[in-house]
Design a protein around this ligand. Structure first.
Ligand SMILES: Cc1cc2nc3c(=O)[nH]c(=O)nc-3n(C[C@H](O)[C@H](O)[C@H](O)COP(=O)(O)OP(=O)(O)OC[C@H]3O[C@@H](n4cnc5c(N)ncnc54)[C@H](O)[C@@H]3O)c2cc1C
Length: 351
């Protein structure tokens, strides 16, 4: 019996092609089954990427994206690039022409389609990982505060623990968010009354024109699970957070309590992509779904978590199509029975 890691490896090998040239004009069978798992690929990979040799970071062609998402679902990216630095990203933007571009963080709020993502996918998993030592200053009120500058690829959970080491309070409730800082900025991620937007001081991004631009907090606006940028989001590479000095043991205790509450209430050991729906005004999506008896309901291999009704879990081999059908079913039930129109929180990408 092959374990999951081996299965994924074999699926990857089955789809990584043989040629080392970058032209992807390859005709393939469609759909294909590898070890019982259906793999979808474009009938004709018509995109051509003659500029890929200019990239210093690593490049994977036709790479299955499921292992790059926390729900372990998703077909291949035409090209998946792990840029080494800003120059690599600028090269991509300069040369990609009309090919679409998608930025992948830790893939923890994401549902990638079964046929994958056309064009270029950039993963910031291996870059922009620096955290600068906090710079302390004193407010007129006498309070000590500090600014932490961190790369977009740093994990939010790590950053919260890092801040705690310097007795900095403000993001201890974000310690259980498994995504990257870049993803947290885009999603205005939050928990227990804290949102990333409240503690942001600035965000540095690369605009679609390839310009490195730093935006102050005042130039952004924040909504529930959404940050609004002037002229589109671009690619976030760095952010500065402003935090207040607090009591280290209180901060640590708050993080411990928060993490233990999560492990009791969320299905952390089964692949999932976090909260599927945004909470409607004055209520909780999970409470609504549970009250309609939908916990445990499945479509294919995707199911509503028994632990938390606002989580959909991949019970093994679920497809994006299973998840989408389950989401639609929940939405219709909630609308029929309560009149409430649930909005999705998870981001869907690809075909
Ligand atoms: C078990 C679990 C618990 C969770 N709990 C919470 C919670 O309490 N609160 C909460 O808010 N969320 C929660 N989430 C959801 C998720 O972790 C957050 O939304 C997180 O901020 C997403 O970050 P990511 O790096 O995974 O982004 P991804 O899922 O990779 O991407 C999300 C979106 O951000 C964009 N993006 C990512 N990085 C960048 C970048 N550098 N530049 C431009 N665009 C970018 C992507 O294109 C996509 O549109 C949870 C998820 C799981 C699996």
């Amino acid at each position: 019996m092959l374990n999951e890691a081996w299965k994924r490896r074999l699926i990857h090998i089955a789809h990584s092609g043989t040629g080392s040239e970058f032209n992807l004009k390859t005709r393939m069978e469609y759909p294909k089954t590898v070890l019982g798992q259906k793999i979808h690929q474009s009938k004709t990979m018509s995109h051509s990427f003659p500029w890929l040799h200019k990239i210093k970071g690593s490049i994977l062609k036709n790479e299955i994206l499921a292992p790059y998402t926390s729900i372990q679902i998703g077909g291949p990216a035409d090209v998946l690039i792990f840029p080494e630095d800003i120059r690599d990203i600028q090269t991509i933007l300069k040369n990609k022409g009309s090919q679409p571009l998608f930025t992948l963080g830790e893939g923890t709020n994401l549902l990638v389609g079964d046929r994958g993502i056309r064009g270029v996918v950039i993963s910031l998993k291996d870059c922009f990982k620096d955290i600068k030592r906090p710079l302390f200053f004193r407010k007129e009120t006498g309070n000590r505060r500090a600014v932490i500058k961190a790369g977009a690829g740093v994990k939010m959970s790590y950053l919260a623990k890092y801040a705690a080491r310097y007795s900095l309070t403000g993001i201890e409730h974000l310690v259980g968010i498994p995504g990257s800082l870049g993803g947290a900025v885009i999603m205005n991620a939050g928990a227990e009354g804290t949102e990333v937007g409240q503690v942001l001081r600035s965000v540095t991004r690369i605009t679609p024109d390839g310009e490195v631009q730093t935006l102050k907090r005042e130039e952004l606006s924040f909504e529930y699970r959404k940050t609004i940028f002037p002229d589109g989001e671009g690619i976030i590479i760095e952010a500065e957070l402003e935090l207040e000095e607090g009591d280290r043991s209180e901060i640590q205790n708050a993080m411990d309590r928060h993490l233990s509450r999560r492990s009791q209430t969320q299905p952390l050991t089964i692949p999932n992509s976090g909260s599927v729906f945004k909470n409607p005004d004055g209520d909780k999506a999970g409470r609504l779904i549970e009250s309609l008896g939908l916990k445990g309901l499945s479509v294919g291999n995707a199911g509503v978590s028994i632990k938390h009704a606002n989580f959909i879990v991949n019970k093994g081999g679920a497809t994006a199509n299973d998840v989408t059908r389950l989401i639609e079913h929940i939405r219709e039930e909630v609308k029929d029975k309560t009149g409430i129109n649930l909005q999705t929180e998870i981001v869907t990408a690809g075909e």
